[in-house]
Design a protein around this ligand. Sequence first.
Ligand code: SF4
Length: 483
Amino acid sequence: MRTTHPFDDDHLREECAIFGIYGSGDAAAHAALGLHALQHRGQEAAGIVATGNGQFHAHRELGLVGDIFGEENVIKQLEGTMAIGHTRYSTTGRPNLRNVQPLFADLEFGGFAVAHNGNLTNAVSIREELVCRGCIFQSTTDTEIIIHLMATSSGTVIDRMVDALRQVDGAYSIVAVAEECVIGCRDPHGVRPLVLGRLGDAYLLASESCAFDIVGAVYVRDIDPGEMVVLNGEGVHSHRPFPPAPKRFCIFEYIYFSRPDSVIEGLSVYQARKRIGGELAREAPVDADLVVPVPDSGVPSAIGYAHETSLPYEMGIIRNHYVGRTFIEPSSEIRHLGVKLKHNANRAHIEGKRVVLVDDSIVRGTTSSKIVEMVRDAGAKEVHMRISSPPTTHSCFYGVDTPEREQLLASKLDIKGMRELIGCDSLAFISMDGLYRAMGVEGRDPSAPAFCDACFSGDYPIRLTDLDDGATGRQLSLLAEIA
Ligand code: SF4
């Protein structure tokens, strides 16, 4: 689906983070700090729009949040007591500034800016209709559709936003700012996260609660699926403008995307990962000497696995945290170094040992085979891989960067075939029921699963209108083919 850079560590990638704040004298600074805490959800570009006196100020750039908003002057120019922000990740060729959010427009009722995490699955169809009606698009994001739908609607900003969102399919968590309020909204299935926080008299919205900790705010609650909240001078107003729908929160947020220090719906992400590791150990124990995580994402589940089996836990692989943008377009001379730029085996701890290697997922399998080889080269006697998600067999169309289905290893091979390709002595994934049990649900009810698990099950909770219409097989969030 997307091209990935040569040092991609074979994970699915969350594409965006959002943040919003109402009623702060330092709204833009708080937004920048919040986005910094959410940097793991998107490293390509970031933007903030601030307002408070009818004037809107925007700054959007390619790069990391700290680099963009680290300059005091940049923040100073973003005056106002309200702000929204966004970080973005994408791998479609060269990044494009016009797609960096928040998007801003002057509408009939005044200024309006919006930022979105997710993917609208009927974006191509709606865009074609809007273009036929004379709308001129400034970006190639699906998010801009919301602005055009609002521009062609009527009533208050809330009326228009509800009208626009009723016309779109897909997964979305949205923050928006108008002249007198900040708005937050989750799609009716609540696929992507959005949480509400408080800092003194100010209210905040963020993709994850870790963004509140950094500014000293407290987590209040999750925004409910299908809920729209309006933050203004009178506090927080909750609206339920959509027909009720089954809740289908993305289970991969607990497995990998969210930061371990975030809390989602009262459950600590770190705790959830440890529980998944424990469940995995009960389902797939192995005679071994020690448990080693593939850092960083495999760490909490490896701790859970080690705890359940009473095996020693060691950092048998060390991660270099400074690999990043420097190598996005590497020369062919260094490309062959591949995985070793990011991970190195800690020989002193694994030589002569039977190692249980715990990772969160296998996407293409490219990194797993190299890590197994590296651990063997460092002297491990046996390498047993344990994966804290079920096999990833399907692409995500709800705001996560995913390879096309045929590139997903588990869509082509059974466990035996994957084990042979990766080169480990044994391979096991947590079962779907085991994963649900770790989430505190008594197994997966196929007629009403408690989560979105489509990348493991192919059971897509929201219709894929554009895909079904044959518009494109690509995820549509960036509409790159239209660019
Ligand atoms: Fe999350 Fe997978 Fe559903 Fe995408 S398909 S929203 S990654 S569970």
